[in-house]
Design a protein. Structure first.
Length: 332
C-alpha cells in the first residue's frame, strides 16, 4: 500500500473512531454545554423572607459563574412544602434549583406522612448547605415580658389566651414553641403565616403575642425598638447576636432549634450538573463579601458536600422525630 493510501486509511479510521465515540456518549457531549439557558432558583417562601434574601445574595455571583441568568422564583405556602414539592417533581435537567430551609426537608415528612407529596431523600438531590442561624424569641415592644422567664409567667397567668406566629406547621418556629409549651406546661394558639416578614408585621401591630423567628428579619426591628428579643435557640450564645441569652441559660435544658438553608435539585439530575453546582456554590460561599452578606442576615456560611448535606438531613430527622413523637404532633 502506498504512503498516500495508508494516510487516507488512517484518516478514515480516525474519523470513524470519533463518530463512534460520539454515538456511544451523546449525553456527555450534550452535558458539556450546560447551562444553555436561564436557571430557575425556586424559593418556597415570600419575597423579603430570610431564604429570599440569601437567594438574592447568591443568585448574581452564581449567574456570573455559570454564564447564565439565575432567576429567583418565590413560591410560598404550607411552610415551604409547596415550592419544595414543585422542584421535587420538576424535570431533572439542571434548570430548576431549590433553595429551602430545614422544615420541608426534615420535619415535614413525619408531620405529613401520607399527604406531603414528595420524599426529600428520594425526590431531591442535595447540592450544598448554605448556612445556619439560631432562631430568636420575639415579643411586641409593649409586652410586659422582658425575659423568657417573664414570658412564661405571663403565659401561665393567662392560660390559653396568648398566641404565636409560625411559618407553618412543622417549621422550626412551630416546633420551637411546641417544645417550650411542653417544657414549661403552657398552651398558646398557633397562627400560621406565609413568611417571617408577615409574622413580624403582626407582632408590631399587636395581632400576635410572640414568635420564634430568624434574626435576619427580626433584629432590625429589635434595634428600632419596635419588638423585643428575649433569647436565642442555639445551645451556645451566638457571636452574631451578642448580649442575648440562650433558652438553656433561661432554664430550659438542651433547648435547641436551629434554622439552616441549603440547595437541592430534582432527583436524577446529572452527576456533572450536581458536581458543577456544588463547586460553584462552595466557591461563592467562601468569598469574604458573601460571608459578610450572610452575617448581615445572622447566618454563618457553611458550604458542604452533597453527601454531608444528605447525612445532616438524616441525622436532624432522627432528632426531630423524637421531639415530634414526644409532643404527639401530627398534621394529618
Amino acid at each position: 500500500m502506498s504512503l498516500l493510501a495508508r494516510s487516507r486509511d488512517l484518516l478514515i479510521r480516525s474519523v470513524l473512531g470519533l463518530a463512534c465515540t460520539g454515538l456511544l456518549a451523546p449525553s456527555a457531549l450534550a452535558q458539556s454545554s450546560w447551562p444553555e439557558r436561564p436557571i430557575q432558583m425556586v424559593v418556597p417562601f415570600p419575597a423579603g423572607s430570610s431564604p429570599d434574601a440569601l437567594a438574592r445574595a447568591i443568585s448574581e455571583p452564581l449567574s456570573q459563574a455559570l454564564g447564565q441568568t439565575v432567576i429567583v422564583d418565590n413560591r410560598p405556602g404550607a411552610g415551604g412544602n409547596i415550592g419544595t414539592r414543585f422542584v421535587a417533581h420538576a424535570k431533572p435537567d439542571g434548570y430548576t434549583l431549590l433553595l429551602t430551609i430545614n422544615g420541608p426537608m426534615v420535619t415535614a415528612p413525619t408531620l405529613y406522612k401520607s399527604s406531603l407529596g414528595y420524599d426529600p431523600l428520594k425526590d431531591l438531590q442535595a447540592i450544598s448547605m448554605i448556612g445556619t442561624s439560631p432562631n430568636v424569641l420575639i415579643v411586641p415592644a409593649d409586652s410586659p415580658a422582658n425575659t423568657v422567664e417573664e414570658f412564661i409567667a405571663l403565659a401561665k397567668s393567662q392560660p390559653g389566651e396568648l398566641n404565636y406566629g409560625s411559618v407553618g406547621p412543622g417549621s422550626s418556629a412551630h416546633l420551637a414553641m411546641a417544645m417550650l409549651e411542653h417544657a414549661v406546661d403552657i398552651k398558646l394558639e398557633q397562627i400560621p403565616y406565609s413568611g417571617f416578614p408577615q409574622i413580624l408585621t403582626a407582632i408590631i401591630g399587636g395581632d400576635i403575642d410572640a414568635a420564634f423567628m430568624v434574626p435576619g428579619i427580626a433584629m432590625p426591628q429589635v434595634e428600632a425598638g419596635k419588638v423585643k428579643a428575649l433569647a436565642v435557640t442555639s445551645l451556645q450564645p451566638s457571636e452574631l447576636l451578642p448580649g442575648l441569652k440562650t433558652m438553656t441559660q433561661a432554664g430550659l435544658e438542651n433547648f435547641e432549634a436551629i434554622s439552616w438553608d441549603a440547595f437541592f435539585v430534582p432527583h436524577n439530575t446529572s452527576d456533572d450538573v450536581v458536581k458543577r453546582l456544588n463547586q460553584e456554590i462552595t466557591t461563592i460561599l467562601q468569598r469574604e463579601d458573601i460571608k459578610a452578606k450572610l452575617n448581615a442576615f445572622y447566618f454563618s456560611s457553611e458550604p458542604s458536600t452533597p453527601q454531608a448535606l444528605t447525612d445532616k438531613i438524616i441525622a436532624d430527622k432522627a432528632r426531630w422525630d423524637e421531639v415530634i413523637e414526644r409532643l404527639n404532633l401530627s398534621l394529618e
